[in-house]
Design a protein around this ligand. Structure first.
Ligand SMILES: Cc1cc2nc3c(=O)[nH]c(=O)nc-3n(C[C@H](O)[C@H](O)[C@H](O)COP(=O)(O)O)c2cc1C
Length: 456
């Protein structure tokens, strides 16, 4: 995937009652029809009008209820209390658009690979090759309990299992050759049996025989998104990911991480030019600096402390309810964090303390506030300049834009920012192809190229 001097733009969406920012549902301009198809279709049309490469949805298989082992506050304050199934939403959005790429998060820890392979291959056919799968290993014990397990699997083991999961999924996706379907009424030959194979997979975690029941998809196979940040997570991302979603608080560190990750992709035998690294940002735009600052003040006023605590507990898989804000974490407690370990490590590094306090976690992570990601705020030229600096200094290959309110954030980006990026030659003016791979500048996926080093 060449950078071509142009950045990728991806919208970070949630099928829930708020955007990634929990306070967003209290914003006066946020629409509240998120249980209906039109809400998602409206966003999809807006993003397509702005030539966005893709909209992708995060997911969680439980509401945030680790804090105090209770869901009451989550429900009371609407802290991502609603989470809808993503496949139906992607379908609705895909039917309302023609070019926009559409990605959904699906867990390798709680689903069966054959099922996931079939769901995404089917969607890729229905939507003409525009689909991506965000591969996650899931985070916490609440998800485990909803899905029939007592506790969440240990961190690195989740990735070992995920490696095997992907071998099964990609194996199935590649088991129908391009030209297997003949469909010749006259001869009665439907498909060439020599071109449809069983997978016969037997691993440590999974067994799956095949043959797969969905022919090869319009873009060869769906695009893979990945967001692992730990050492083990990055090794996984370097092996499989095509679009990498990262959290990077500032430019210098992002540059170092970008370089290191590209080297890691090369070491895995893949072409780093075909992997796009995109950090999450919030964008707040105004016609003047003062107007943008005023918007930002309103948005920030919507955050509540409980949002941050509930979402920190959720993502780290630790109940913070009995901890004082200025109480330090013991070594044992830090080691017991089984969720987002990269976040724990960032708090330790940035606080400069071996044993940070809960306040350090709240402040450094910015969970529950828009400070969770860098906030680019101002007029369109000013925000475009900041994005340009990140892009041109090789801190990223594009951006994942989160919303401060829905769908107004994206309407502002499309109306004000996209034309400015286009004027600067940083962003395209139209869709180059029909499939997501074409629009990302990725070649069509060749069968089993992921098995051969250098296959990319
Ligand atoms: C930016 C970002 C987005 C993520 N989105 C999700 C998500 O939507 N659902 C999920 O279950 N896990 C999500 N994760 C968690 C990862 O899949 C992974 O399980 C977790 O980060 C632990 O791995 P790590 O320690 O390698 O980062 C996300 C992680 C990051 C960094």
């Amino acid at each position: 995937m060449s950078r071509d001097g142009q950045m990728a733009l991806v919208a970070f969406l949630q099928a829930q009652n708020c955007s990634n920012y929990p306070g967003s549902w209290r914003h006066p301009a946020t629409m509240q029809d998120y249980l209906g198809a039109e809400y998602y279709q409206r966003i999809a049309r807006t993003l397509e009008a702005g030539c966005f490469h893709m909209a992708f949805f995060d997911d969680r298989l439980a509401m945030p209820d680790i804090l105090g082992d209770d869901h009451a506050e989550t429900v009371r304050h609407g802290i991502r209390a609603v989470k809808l199934d993503l496949v139906s939403i992607l379908t609705a959005m895909g039917l309302a658009t023609r070019h926009l790429g559409l990605g959904a998060t699906y867990s390798t820890t709680y689903y069966e690979p054959f099922h996931v392979a079939r769901v995404f291959a089917t969607l890729d056919h229905l939507l003409g090759g525009r689909v991506a799968w965000n591969v996650v290993t899931s985070l916490n014990d609440s998800e485990a309990r909803n899905m029939g397990a007592a506790a969440h699997l240990e961190h690195d083991l989740r990735y070992d299992r995920a490696d095997e999961f992907l071998e099964v999924v990609l194996g199935h996706w590649d088991s129908w050759e391009e030209d297997a379907l003949v469909q010749d009424r006259a001869s009665g030959l439907f498909a060439d049996p020599a071109k449809v194979r069983r997978l016969d997979f037997e691993g440590r975690w999974f067994r799956s025989r095949g043959p797969f029941t969905v022919p090869r998809t319009p873009q060869g196979r769906p695009v893979l998104i990945q967001a692992g940040q730990s050492g083990r997570g990055q090794r996984f991302a370097a092996r499989w990911g095509e679009l990498i979603f990262v959290i990077q608080p500032q430019l210098e560190a992002a540059r170092r991480a970008w370089r290191a990750f590209k080297d890691q992709v090369a070491s895995a035998g893949r072409d780093p030019g075909r992997v796009r690294v995109c950090p999450a940002i919030y964008v707040i735009l105004g016609e003047t600096e003062a107007a943008a600052a005023e918007k930002r003040a309103l948005i920030e006023s919507l955050a509540r402390p409980v949002d941050g605590l509930a979402l920190l507990s959720e993502v780290l898989n630790v109940d913070f309810s009995k901890k004082g804000l200025d109480e330090a974490f013991t070594d044992e407690e830090l080691a017991g964090i089984t969720g987002l370990q990269a976040l724990r490590d960032r708090v330790v590094a940035q606080s400069g303390k071996r044993n940070p306090t809960l306040r350090d976690f709240v402040e450094i992570s910015g969970r529950g506030t828009i400070r969770e990601f860098p906030v680019f705020c101002g007029t369109a030229p000013r925000v475009a300049e900041e994005m340009q600096a990140w892009f041109e200094q090789e801190a990223c290959d594009g951006f994942v834009i989160a919303a401060t309110h829905m769908p107004g954030s994206y309407e502002d980006v499309v109306r004000l920012l996209v034309p400015e990026l286009q004027r600067r030659g940083l962003f395209r003016r139209g869709y180059q192809g029909t499939t997501l791979r074409e629009n990302l500048g990725l070649p069509r996926a060749r069968p089993f190229d992921w098995r051969a080093p250098g296959g990319g």
